[in-house]
Design a protein around this ligand. Structure first.
Ligand SMILES: *[C@@H]1O[C@H](CO)[C@@H](O)[C@H](O)[C@H]1NC(C)=O
Ligand SMILES: *[C@@H]1O[C@H](CO)[C@@H](O)[C@H](O)[C@H]1NC(C)=O
Ligand SMILES: *[C@@H]1O[C@H](CO)[C@@H](O)[C@H](O)[C@H]1NC(C)=O
Ligand SMILES: *[C@@H]1O[C@H](CO)[C@@H](O)[C@H](O)[C@H]1NC(C)=O
Length: 447
């Protein structure tokens, strides 16, 4: 007897406990007898449907834990002017409803059911950056399993505000934030969690994103700060979505033609300065560049000042400067061949000095191999003599001695040499400025 008591007591305790536990389990168990025979009966779930106005809790102090996952399936538009990112996402929400549970063995082996989401309480998770009316269809279903675990998936076209920086256009990369939070429930009622690791979300999004459009998804990162609005604390999950523009279109349509035009402009310095074709050629180039800019204006972002605009302005101003140089040189040559003023002495000696140095350099270059039958003079020096023809003719017509004629010819020659040196010098300055500014722009772009 003395030995039997504890045994009996233990057995009783076990019975009571198991009854209690069963009772606890069964409190909200759905009676599903005949699920497999008569099909699903709505009345079985009526007790659940009747509670949809309230957050499903047994103990009010227990917050509902909502797990979030999403798949970014497309980036539809990035509008830098109004700073909006339009994307398409599938939002998945997971939570537990303690009032739903059934025993699959009694219910014909049914473990999962879909229920019209209208009949259930749904967590009011929204995206804080959302700047549009949510057009999610309302007649969606939710997946419910026998333990009350609910999975709800909805498609959303998300128009979210995002601080877009187009300075590095078209090599820009944008970093947009998507913050998921409950609209109304504070941390006491709803806690947010992640259903998947964030790298899984990023991976599936990358694989799913079929669009070979302008934007490419680089990655999704997570940060989860709790934010206080007033004195209440809302749970939040923040994701940083990093996207990059595919620059090919812009490189082919904007940068390459522009680069060619500026290269031709630089090469046009090799046209002989005394020929009349240089200035018209540069003028044509400038005109072509303006037309090109006008046509390609649609491709540029409508607002802000991207680096590429600076680059275009730079190219345009280089062309204008080179045209001005051509005009100046034509003017100078014209002036010195018709009525050459006396050359200042210092300029004369400086010029001679320079010519001697270049001549030396040329001679040594020729001795090193390059057969150069031309006399040691600046290129094009013979042409100015032809050019000086009118002056000679004028001189011939005038009753002057040959000595004066020769002196005048020398004067013209030295001035022509001077003009050519000025041309070379300006070309060097132009090239230096062009390369340094292009390198600056490219370095800025690469970083
Ligand atoms: C379940 O409901 C059926 C009738 O719909 C009833 O006969 C059965 O007793 C109920 N079972 C439980 C455990 O309440
Ligand atoms: C509800 O939960 C809180 C803390 O989890 C606990 O202190 C309280 O006793 C519970 N209330 C009931 C009625 O179980
Ligand atoms: C949410 O995720 C956490 C951790 O991954 C997990 O423990 C919990 O059961 C999940 N809750 C729901 C409702 O899915
Ligand atoms: C995106 O911006 C946030 C701050 O706004 C920063 O913390 C985060 O590191 C950035 N992410 C990337 C990939 O640049």
């Amino acid at each position: 007897m003395e030995r039997g008591w504890p045994h009996q007591e233990g057995w009783l305790l076990c019975l009571i406990l198991s009854l209690l536990l069963q009772g606890n389990n069964n409190t909200f168990t759905i009676n599903c007898s005949g699920f497999d025979v008569h099909g699903l009966n709505q009345t079985a779930f009526q007790s659940v449907f009747d509670r949809k106005a309230f957050r499903p809790f047994v103990n009010f102090s227990d917050p509902t834990r909502v797990n979030i996952s999403f798949t970014l399936s497309a980036i539809l538009e990035v509008n830098a002017q109004i700073q909006l990112l339009t994307s398409f996402i599938w939002l998945e929400l997971f939570w537990d409803n303690p009032f739903i549970s059934w025993n699959p063995e009694e219910c014909g082996g049914i473990t999962d059911l879909t229920i019209a989401a209208d009949n259930l309480w749904l967590p009011d998770i929204f995206i804080i950056e959302f700047m549009d009316v949510d057009q999610t269809p309302s007649d969606l279903d939710a997946y419910v399993n026998s333990k009350g675990h609910i999975k709800y998936k909805k498609p959303m076209k998300v128009t979210s505000i995002c601080s877009l920086d187009i300075f590095y256009f078209p090599f820009d990369q944008q970093n947009c934030t998507l913050t998921f939070s409950s609209f109304l429930y504070t941390v006491n009622d709803i806690l947010l969690g992640l259903d998947k690791e964030v790298w899984e979300i990023a991976d599936t999004s990358r694989h799913l994103m079929q669009t070979q459009g302008e934007w490419q998804l680089l990655g999704i990162n997570k940060a989860a700060p709790k934010s206080a609005v007033g004195s209440t604390l809302y749970d939040k999950i923040m994701f940083y979505v990093t996207i990059r523009r595919r620059p090919r279109l812009y490189v082919i349509n904007l940068l390459v033609p522009s680069g060619f035009l500026i290269a031709i402009d630089a090469l046009s310095f090799f046209l002989p300065p005394e020929s009349d074709h240089r200035a018209p050629f540069k003028m044509t180039l400038l005109l072509g560049y303006t037309v090109f800019l006008n046509m390609m204006n649609d491709l540029l972002p409508p607002s802000g000042t991207p680096l590429i605009s600076v680059y275009f302005a730079l190219c345009l101003s280089l062309m204008v400067v080179s045209l001005l140089e051509a005009i100046f040189l034509t003017y100078l040559l014209n002036l010195v061949t018709t009525q050459p003023p006396p050359m200042p002495h210092w300029l004369h000696s400086l010029l001679l000095c320079y010519l001697r140095v270049t001549a030396c350099a040329k001679r040594s270059q020729r001795e090193n191999g390059g057969p150069d039958p031309n006399p040691i003079h600046l290129p094009g020096l013979k042409e100015p003599e032809v050019k000086a023809g009118p002056a000679k003719a004028w001189l011939n017509g005038a009753p002057h001695s040959t000595w004066a004629q020769l002196e005048h010819q020398q004067k013209v020659d030295i001035w022509v040499k001077f003009s050519l040196v000025v041309d070379t010098l300006l070309f060097c300055i132009y090239l230096t400025f062009m390369t340094s500014s292009l390198i600056t722009v490219i370095v800025l772009w690469i970083n």
